[in-house]
Each structure stands twice: as C-alpha cells, then as structure tokens.
Design a protein around this ligand. Sequence first.
Ligand code: HEC
Length: 202
Amino acid sequence: MEKFYTLFFVAGIGCFVVAIVLSMVFPFMTLNDYQGMGYQTLEDLAAVPSDEFVELSTTFPEAFAEHYGEVSPTSYAEALRLGRDLYVGQACWHCHSQYVRVVSNEEQRFGPVSTAQEYQNALNKPHLWGTRRVGPDLSREHGKRTNDWHIAHLINPKNVVPGTVMPSYSFYFEEDGTPKKKGFALVTYLQWLGTTAVEDPQ
Ligand code: HEC
C-alpha cells in the first residue's frame, strides 16, 4: 500500500491544480476581455446617457437635480450602478431571470436569445441569469415600457397588472409618485437591460 502514497499525493495535487484552472482561471479569463469579446467598463456603458435617463431629468427636474445634478456620463453611471445594486439587494433576481434561453421558443416570449458577448460588461459581473421565473425574463426590458409605466408598476404592481404577485416598492417614491434617489436608479437600470445585446451576433 505504502508504495502508492506518492502516487495518491501527486494525483491529489494534480486534481487541485485542474480545479483551480477550471473553476478560477478559466472563468476569470472569460469574464475579462478574452477572445476579443470587448469587455465594457461602467464608464464605457455610461458614455451616452439613455433617452429614458434624460426623460427622467425633464419629467422630475427638481428631484433629479437634487439627487443626480445634471445628466452626464457620471450621473448616468451612478444611477446604473445603484440600480443594479438595488436589483441585487432586493432579490429581484429571485423572481426574474436575465437570460433568454435557446429552448422552448423563448425567443417568441422574450426576444432574441442571449449571447455570451452581451454579458461582457461591468454591470454583469457577476451576471444575474437566475433560474426562477415567477415573473418574466427581464433581459430585453429596454424600451418595452415607458418610465411612467415602471414608476406606476414599482409603486404598486397591482395597479397595472391586477393579478400579479410582485411586491410593491413604493418606498423608493414620494407620495405623489416622484422618484427618490433609488427610484430613479431602479428605473434607469431597468431601461438599460438589453442595450448591450447584439442584433445579429456573428
Ligand atoms: C415575488 C416575485 C417577484 C419579485 C421579488 C419581483 N418581481 Fe417583478 N414581476 C413579478 C411578476 C409575477 C411579474 C409579471 C406581472 C407584472 O407585470 O407585475 C413581474 C413583472 C415585472 C416587470 C414588468 C416586465 C414587463 O415588461 O412585462 C418588471 C420591470 C419587474 N417585474 C421588475 C422587478 C424589479 C425591479 C424587482 C425588484 C425591485 C422585481 N421585479 C421583483 C414578480 C416579482
């Protein structure tokens, strides 16, 4: 038996090394600019503030100015980052996926099937694919609804979708529906989802 000790020892170390490569080095490489997929930092993503972000600033000029100042790449980046942090913190991902699968005609329900490339950015690190779908997949949410719809829906989902089980997030808004800092962020983030998708990935 003893003559095998060295063999077991080497095999043990070997498995450890393979595990490090597969579970650590490889994912790290793919999450960065591996294979020229074009990793985008938060600054890259926020370079051009979205129309919806601009619209929030004109619909709620005073509240927007108080929380974010002017529309700029910096204030847009701040809202996107905070929006994603809230999405994680409130466990929105527990009921919503962000991955259109290649099976079951999901394309017809949610839009184009997800590609690896669209996750190569700072707001998908880590990605929020999720598995449970109590609500719909949100990875193609951009432009699907207006800001007003999102605000009414977040304040009380039952106002717009009577049978829904989604909880209310009214604490992110004032009594009159004006967003607080976090309300602006959440709507901005929802309106961003799907903007990194490539029309025809080749
Ligand atoms: C308990 C499960 C649950 C949680 C938690 C939840 N949702 Fe929902 N969500 C739903 C369901 C069900 C629907 C579909 C009916 C509806 O529109 O309300 C939905 C719909 C939505 C829609 C509308 C999608 C569309 O265009 O039709 C958005 C946007 C959304 N949720 C965002 C969020 C955000 C942001 C959070 C976290 C702050 C969140 N949800 C948390 C269950 C949930």
